[in-house]
Design a protein around this ligand. Structure first.
Ligand SMILES: NC(=O)c1ccc[n+]([C@@H]2O[C@H](COP(=O)([O-])OP(=O)(O)OC[C@H]3O[C@@H](n4cnc5c(N)ncnc54)[C@H](OP(=O)(O)O)[C@@H]3O)[C@@H](O)[C@H]2O)c1
Length: 254
C-alpha cells in the first residue's frame, strides 16, 4: 500500500513513521492526524513523503490503510463519525479494544486488524503480532522487523499480556541498581554494570538454537550464585504470583 494514514501521532505512531521512512529509498506516502501536533510537525519536516492532515477524516480520505494509534481512552473522540471506505484496511494498535467494537464504531466493511508493534519498529527490528492475518498488515510489519499473524483474538490477548511485562523488567533492573547503591558502591558504577550484564542477556536471547530452559542451565553453575537467587527469590510462590497477575490481566483483556 502506498498511502498510509496514522491517526494518533505519539510514541508508537512516530516509531512506525521512522521505521517506514528512515533511510528508505521509496517510502510510502504517509498522512498524519493533526493531534500530537509537535511530533507530527517534526516528522513532516524530516520526511518529504509525510504530511499533516486537517483532521482525522482527512487522514482516512487520503489513505488506503488507516492505522489507529490513539490511547484507548481517547477512541470515542478520535473515531466519532469517522468513515473508512469498504475498500480500505484498518489496523488498530489500541490495547484492549476488540475487533467487534471497532467494526461497530466505524461501521465499515473494511477489514479490521489488530496489531502490537513495539517501539523498536523504529529500527525495523521488532516482531509485531497481528490478528487476524491480512496481507496488507502482514506486509507492513514484515517491513518493520517481521509479522506474527494469529488467527484468533484470544491468542492475541495472551500476547498483549506478555507485552505488559516489559517495563517490569526495566523496573527489576532499576531495583537491582538501587540495591547495589545502598550497599555503598557508586550508583553510576552499578548502573553501568547492570546495563552491561543485561545487554549480554539480550545477545544470548538472539540465539534461538537454545531454548529458554537451556539458557537457564547454561548460565548457572550447579549450587552456584545464580541458582541460589533463582531458587530462593524467583521461587514457586513468586512465579505463581506472576502467573496470577497475568491471569487477571488476560481476563480483563478478554
Ligand atoms: N507505546 C507503545 O509501545 C505501544 C505499543 C503497542 C500499542 N500501543 C498502543 O498505541 C496507542 C498509542 O500509544 P502511544 O504510547 O503512542 O500513546 P501516546 O504517545 O500518548 O500517543 C497518542 C497520541 O494520540 C493523540 N490523540 C489523542 N486524541 C486524539 C484524537 N482525538 N485524534 C487524533 N489523535 C489523538 C495524542 O495527541 P495529544 O498529544 O495532542 O493528546 C497523542 O499524540 C495506544 O492505544 C496503545 O495501547 C502503544
Amino acid at each position: 500500500m502506498d498511502r498510509i494514514g496514522i491517526i494518533g501521532v505519539g510514541e508508537i505512531g512516530r516509531a512506525i513513521v521512522d521505521g517506514l521512512c528512515d533511510g528508505v529509498d521509496n517510502p510510502p506516502r504517509i498522512q498524519l492526524s493533526p493531534r500530537g501536533a509537535r511530533t507530527a510537525a517534526e516528522l513532516s519536516q524530516r520526511y518529504p513523503n509525510v504530511r499533516v492532515c486537517a483532521d482525522n477524516q482527512d487522514v482516512a480520505n487520503r489513505s488506503e490503510l488507516v492505522v489507529l494509534a490513539v490511547r484507548p481512552q481517547d477512541r470515542a473522540e478520535a473515531l466519532a463519525g469517522l468513515r473508512v471506505g469498504d475498500d480500505g484496511v484498518v489496523i488498530s494498535l489500541m490495547a484492549g479494544v476488540g475487533i467487534g467494537e471497532l467494526r461497530e464504531t466505524l461501521g465499515t466493511g473494511a477489514p479490521v486488524v489488530r496489531a502490537i508493534p513495539l517501539p523498536t519498529v523504529r529500527e525495523r527490528r521488532s516482531v509485531t503480532v497481528t490478528c487476524p492475518s491480512h496481507p496488507v498488515a502482514d506486509d507492513l510489519f514484515d517491513g518493520l522487523g517481521g509479522a506474527l499473524p494469529l488467527a484468533d483474538e484470544s491468542a492475541f490477548n495472551v500476547f498483549s499480556a506478555l507485552t505488559a511485562t516489559l517495563t517490569t523488567h526495566y523496573g527489576y533492573l532499576a531495583t537491582l541498581t538501587a540495591w547495589a547503591a545502598r550497599q555503598g558502591v557508586p550508583a553510576e558504577a552499578a548502573d553501568r554494570y547492570v546495563r552491561s550484564l543485561f545487554q549480554g542477556v539480550g545477545r544470548s536471547l538472539g540465539d534461538d538454537k537454545q531454548s529458554l530452559g537451556q539458557l537457564v542451565g547454561h548460565h548457572e553453575t550447579p549450587n552456584g550464585l545464580n541458582e541460589r537467587i533463582r531458587t530462593t527469590w524467583f521461587d514457586t510462590a513468586n512465579s505463581e504470583a506472576l502467573a496470577k497477575a497475568l491471569d487477571a490481566l488476560l481476563a480483563d483483556l478478554a
